[in-house]
Design a protein around this ligand. Sequence first.
Ligand code: IMP
Length: 193
Amino acid sequence: MELVFASNNKHKLEEAKALMGTGCTILSLSDIGCHDEIPEDKPDLVGNALQKAHYIYQKYHRDCFSDDTGMEIEALNGRPGVYSARYAGAQCSFEDNMNKVLEEMQPFTNRKACFRTVIALIMEGKEYLFEGRVDGIILREEQGKQGFGYDPIFQPSGYNISFAEMDLNEKNAISHRGRALEKLCRFLKAQNV
Ligand code: IMP
């Protein structure tokens, strides 16, 4: 079966391909010739994930899924949350976002945070949602070079290394997106896909 992952983020695509195995061919947005700036302006993760998946389904008539992720920090009342991508401004880099979080977190000893991912799947016109979460802490400085986004400053509970110090399979086994993707895989298997 072919399934479009409504993303061009190479890290996310790698994570999904590694987890979903050979039974399902994952296509990126470029693979289907989509270079649109897909709207993502809803106030929560579920809204954004559904918005992206419906956009692709309506335009390309292909079964697809999209994900939306937010990092929620307890001491910052859940920020950056749904604004994780552009926390430091419209054209900001991952580095800018991490610096903003590190600066805002400087006074706090409570470093608790989590990542949450919502995956929206549209298959034969019907929508399904899958959620994954991982708890951890915000480090005081960047550690590691792998992964993307906030990976260098997030250390999952039970580990003494950051996501950016883990290889792909290690991160996938415990991460927010890995857990949501696993639920998606289980669902697809149950449908004999
Ligand atoms: P998105 O809207 O799902 O792409 O996620 C919003 C932002 O959250 C991204 O731009 C990244 O900064 C961050 N993010 C998403 N997934 C991860 C992850 O697995 N590790 C670290 N940061 C992530």
